[in-house]
Design a protein around this ligand. Sequence first.
Ligand code: CUA
Length: 341
Amino acid sequence: MRRGVLVRLVAVGLAVAAVTLAVALFVPWLPTPASKQADRIDFVFWFVTAISIAIFALVVAVILYSVVRFRAAPDDDSDGAPIHGNTTLEIAWTAVPAVLVTVIAVVSAVALAQNEHLPKNHLRVNVTAQQWVWSFTYPKYQGLTISQLRLPLGETVQLKMHALDVIHSFWVPQFGQKQDLVPGITTQLIITPKRLGTYPVVCTELCGEGHALMRSEAIVMKPKAFAAWVVAEQRAVAKASQAPGGGGAGLAAFNSNGCSGCHTFKPAGSNATTGPDLDNLAADAARAGKPLEAFARTSIVDPNAYIEKGYQPNIMPSTFKSLPKQQLDALVQFLTAGQKK
Ligand code: CUA
């Protein structure tokens, strides 16, 4: 090959690489990672992207050069010279991809192994998914259950996940991983948060009518703030249990069944807006012409019995009709006692 050809090929290749690199770097393809695991996944992503850009630039440079240099004249209908085999080239285009694919496999395997490593010191959180709510339980804190995931910065967390009805999938884009929750088995995800903030928890497996609404939040807090939050939350549960109406069992049922994931209810400290605001339960019952308690009970076990204006039927899970009587009673008492008089 003449030197001039090589120089031109390299020049075109560099130009293509520069444009491709700009597209790769200046478009925000990935969310800013908020966990150590996401960092490793991002590293693999950029590693593969860099290799791809190099190969893309090489191929485009050769194509562009060939198109320009060897194009046929408008009146030239003759065939090109016959070509058969080029052992050197064939070995090269087999060996180079084989090496690249092996290297990518090794880099990916190392990242995966590191992401699945669970250090001895870790916080365990049980994640429960059901149509169409998330709930998070902390065995370390007397089974404290909430509808938003709260995590201390820098501490590795083991999410033990199970589904009550159909397959769901847990995804926080900034944490970089997805994990299915499958009825009958327990799956797990390991997260080491490294950036403070509030991130969306998304269900990423089509799980029924309410799938698009099956969202929550993951809140990464400073360890001190997290500890303070745990104490405050436990105090609130204890206080509620002494309140008239036996709020403790009711509040526990409210949180563990995921009510707080969809409803605003001041006595429970929840402010979700997927379903009706339960602070207005008394007014809703009056509008339906039903006694408050009967209205609350029916609305739990048969959610489609009354649909508030502005809300859709079939969004609230119908699974609560199998709620143990004790829990249902406590829940009804908690809801009715919490109404403004
Ligand atoms: Cu749960 Cu989609």
